[in-house]
Design a protein around this ligand. Sequence first.
Ligand SMILES: NC(=O)c1ccc[n+]([C@@H]2O[C@H](COP(=O)([O-])OP(=O)(O)OC[C@H]3O[C@@H](n4cnc5c(N)ncnc54)[C@H](O)[C@@H]3O)[C@@H](O)[C@H]2O)c1
Length: 341
Amino acid sequence: MTEQTHQAPCVLVTGGAGYIGSHTLVSLVEAGYRPLVLDNFSNSARQAIERVGVLCGETPECIEGDIRDRSCLDDIFQRHPVTAVIHFAGLKSVGESVREPLRYYDNNVAGSVTLLQAMQAAGVDTLVFSSSATVYAPGVTMPVAEDAPLGPINPYGQSKLMVEQVIRDHCLAHPTFRAALLRYFNPTGAHPSGKLGESPRGTPENLVPYIAQVATGVRDALTVFGNDYDTVDGTGVRDYIHVMDLAEGHVHALDALRERTGAHTWNLGTGTGYSVLEMVRAYEKACGREIAYTVGERRPGDVGTCYACTRKAASELHWQASRDLEEMMRDNWRWQVSQDA
Ligand SMILES: NC(=O)c1ccc[n+]([C@@H]2O[C@H](COP(=O)([O-])OP(=O)(O)OC[C@H]3O[C@@H](n4cnc5c(N)ncnc54)[C@H](O)[C@@H]3O)[C@@H](O)[C@H]2O)c1
């Protein structure tokens, strides 16, 4: 270990082997932090950490363990000079959360409570939490701002909102505690090197990984859920954000918490929405192949349009997304191709 990394502030990254977590490790190292990963690999593999090592020239330390395991957390805080926690660890499938709500509340809510308890016992008072745009109520005015009405409509979104509330209450009871509640919109893309990206297990729930599997021949065609929304071409519009922009947002959140206490909510999105068919066309351009699709029924619970108001993040985090749709798709495709190579 070099002298510089030894002195670098140590940040515990729960779920750091996952999609957003692994990209954030790169941004943390670039910003001079020393990330330490805790992951149970329930939706990832250690290989992602090795890939980060290749990109950064140094492989972050990674502990296999579960955020619900209090003794594992106590041991980590005892052995490492952790100054802050970025908390990605969680289950993220909306459909699965409807079928198995208890698993989601146990993992996402109970796990976060255990983490907060261990942080409190260790005197660690800085937390960045992965929340989600799914906490907003359907039908809110676009662009959706942080003070818009809340009302998640599935157990996954509920679990995120519950953790936000737990963190807010914890901050009220402990005035030196500080937390960033980051509401992500739709992360996509990959590291521009093509060496790090998203590897979903099973059928992808998100649009771009699905399109990518059609492009690579893993699946025959994309099903577009509804083309009768009040949007540019009738298909659903979402705010897609490049995963490296999102990753950098976490570094800005850590910086912002240095001068703040209490719980702060920030949207991380681009403020621009693209329809499903615009995404299909952009991917076709990136990969040079045609993406077959069929149009199916609307999915229950889906809204026509959702995109972020980015003003609060821009003014308070001094951060805004800088990568465009073309980069998101190009980087995703480079990752697909490099995996096949
Ligand atoms: N990807 C998205 O579209 C999206 C959008 C909004 C919010 N989020 C949230 O951001 C976070 C990261 O998402 P992601 O896309 O990187 O997901 P991911 O599944 O790729 O990463 C989550 C990581 O957490 C780990 N994990 C899960 N439960 C754990 C536990 N109990 N103990 C230790 N590790 C555990 C998994 O193994 C995985 O490596 C999640 O909390 C997710 O809910 C994701």
